[in-house]
Design a protein around this ligand. Structure first.
Ligand code: ATP
Ligand code: MG
Ligand code: MG
Ligand code: MG
Length: 572
């Protein structure tokens, strides 16, 4: 590329709305141009980086068995209504109507459309597994679009979707994607960490986020330097709260389930009649099993704004004495009001006694000590394994790691990728089934896997910059090397050497730009340092007379002389 025929437009000052380094530098380097809140034109320099990011992703996705297709940006509302997300997504989903008054959504992600493709195209177990992906524009009407490409409203995502016959197959597909992500982020040349994550609104059973490590990151990551333990703060705080038994099946879910539901569930199972809305049920259950008296304290807690009220108790066979504890009693007995359901160690037993066996209870929704969050699939009962009760809320540096293998450290990260095990959440809702070996229909097991293509530009810069500008990793730099001739128009010697080197580098497959704009050296160097091209070669008469060129890596404190004849081999 010749700079004179390319488009470079740099600024001395960043616009005042740019708050963080990556946004400022991308604006100053002329990589993006804002046309509205969270909406940008990718300028030629920025687009080159995006294309390189996409190329690496595409290559690794193909290697990992991904099959590329391209699903539409504009998607019919009917598909989104099938899964309930038309309502659930709220204002983040941008909706529009066509001339006939039909409803459409701009895709924020593509589970519905890909599931529709597969349910109509795939019939037999022989066609599975499958993994479809695309690299496509997304639109999310973010409440606070900010930080340039980091949290845009329109952005580019690679999203992949796996379809398997069974859970084991889905887990294998998930692992394959996880491994591909590790390769992708290594190839970008970025320092990153994969952390266990909460599944959020999307639902499902397991998930990891990939974070680029940067002090300016929006998310806090918790990890143990002496083991594999790593989680985002949300998950680190939530997972140890798995206090009910049978923890493996329990997931933290963002939900608007009214708190009373739990109480009603419990009451029904205990055969109680609730006269009013209650906040919690605390009781000690005494049981005589084989002549041995066992005693368990149970706290069935419901968070909310409800008052704790007296409750009429009836229909409990053999009940000796039973009432609901007051909040003060709960605090006195348990020290805090934890948001879980199940047996806990009380400082002193709450004086409530029942003499009936409490059966194992499955699939509860219960509090998670987090506003708008609940655990689903919680189980409790005496026959289940001991619960994990380690309160790691407000995790701080130096806390013991939940795996017992060391202490925790905290760092900040930017979420650039996210992989999910979806299970049958979408396939069941949309009747995406296949016929198994016996000809029986079964819902497909799904996974979904996203990478924030455009966010990666911002994340890479947050991790790699200095006071002169961006320092791109080689793999995703807009150009790998810039040739800066001193007097391209004035010196035959300089021009001839520049043209020779340019042609040789191109022939060697190096992505090279020659700055033939005729700028003064200071302005020329400042531009390329701002733009962040990782390698620079200066071609000047003085050096050439000794057969030398000047090489400087973007992070090198000064330039060094390299024989002109060796330069191609040197930079390769
Ligand atoms: P965030 O927590 O930052 O809002 P998310 O969890 O909502 O992201 P996912 O649904 O997991 O995002 O989407 C997959 C990936 O898409 C994210 O890991 C992120 O890299 C990228 N992404 C999500 N929202 C945006 C956005 N508004 N602008 C740019 N990239 C985004
Ligand atoms: Mg989001
Ligand atoms: Mg997120
Ligand atoms: Mg996410």
């Amino acid at each position: 590329m010749r700079a004179s025929r390319f488009f470079i437009s740099t600024l001395k000052e960043a616009p005042s709305d740019a708050e963080i380094v990556s946004h400022k530098l991308m604006m100053r380097a002329g990589m993006i141009k804002r046309i509205g809140s969270g909406i940008y034109t990718y300028m030629p320099l920025g687009l080159r980086v995006i294309r390189k990011v996409e190329a690496i992703i595409r290559e690794e996705m193909n290697k990992a068995g991904g099959i590329e297709l391209l699903m539409p940006l504009v998607q019919p509302a009917e598909l989104w209504q099938e899964t309930g997300r038309w309502d659930k997504m709220g204002p983040e989903l941008l909706r529009l109507k066509d001339r006939h008054g039909r409803d459409f959504a701009l895709q924020p992600t593509s589970e519905e459309v890909v599931t529709d493709v597969v349910r109509t195209e795939v019939k037999s177990y022989r066609q599975l597994p499958l993994n479809f992906y695309h690299i496509q524009t997304k639109f999310r009407d973010e409440r606070r679009p900010r930080f340039g490409l980091m949290r845009g409203r329109e952005f580019t995502m690679k999203d992949a979707y796996s379809f398997d016959r069974d859970v084991a197959g889905m887990q294998e597909s998930y692992q394959t994607m996880f491994d591909a992500y590790v390769k992708i982020f290594n190839r970008f040349g970025l320092k990153f960490r994969a952390v266990a994550a909460d599944n959020g609104a999307i639902g499902g059973t397991g998930s990891h986020e990939f974070h680029v490590i940067a002090s300016t990151g929006e998310d806090a990551l918790v990890y143990c330097p002496s083991s594999d333990y790593a989680a985002n703060m949300e998950a680190a705080e939530a997972l140890p709260l798995i206090a009910s038994r049978g923890a493996a099946t329990q997931t933290l879910t963002k939900t608007s389930t009214p708190n009373t539901t739990k109480c009603e569930q419990v009451a029904k199972l205990l055969g109680l009649e609730l006269s009013q809305t209650v906040k919690s049920i605390a009781l000690t259950v005494e049981n005589e099993v084989d002549g041995k008296l066992t005693k368990e304290n149970w706290l069935l807690l419901l968070r909310g704004d409800h008052e704790l009220n007296e409750v009429k108790v009836s229909k409990v066979p053999g009940l000796k004495d039973f009432r609901f504890a007051t909040e003060a009693e709960i605090l006195e007995a348990y020290g805090s009001v934890p948001g879980y359901l199940g047996p806990i160690a009380a400082k002193q037993p709450v004086k409530v006694v029942a003499d009936r066996t409490v059966a194992n209870m499955a699939d509860f929704v219960c509090g998670a000590n987090e506003a708008e969050y609940h655990f689903t699939g919680a189980n409790w009962g005496r026959d289940l394994p001991e619960p994990v009760v380690a309160d790691l809320r407000n995790v701080v540096e130096g806390d013991a790691s939940p795996d017992g293998k060391g202490v925790l450290a905290i760092e900040r990260g930017i979420e650039v990728g996210h992989v999910f095990q979806l299970g049958t959440a979408y396939s069941a809702a949309m009747n995406c089934v296949y016929l198994d070996e016996k000809g029986q229909p079964a819902p497909m097991q799904m996974g979904c896997y996203g990478i924030g293509v455009t966010r990666i530009l911002g994340a890479a810069i947050e991790q790699n910059f200095d006071d002169k500008g961006i320092v791109w990793p080689d793999a995703i730099a807009p150009f790998e090397i810039v040739l800066c001739p001193m007097g391209y128009d004035r010196s035959e010697l300089v021009k001839a050497e520049t043209d020779r080197l340019y042609a040789e580098l191109q022939a060697a497959g190096v992505d090279v730009i020659v700055d033939d704009r005729g700028l003064r050296p200071g302005a020329m160097f400042a531009d390329w340092e701002l733009v962040g091209v990782p390698h620079r070669v200066v071609i000047g008469e003085r050096g050439l007379k000794e057969g030398n060129l000047e090489y400087q890596g973007r992070r090198d404190p000064e330039a060094s002389a390299v024989p002109a004849a060796d330069m191609v081999a040197f930079v390769k």
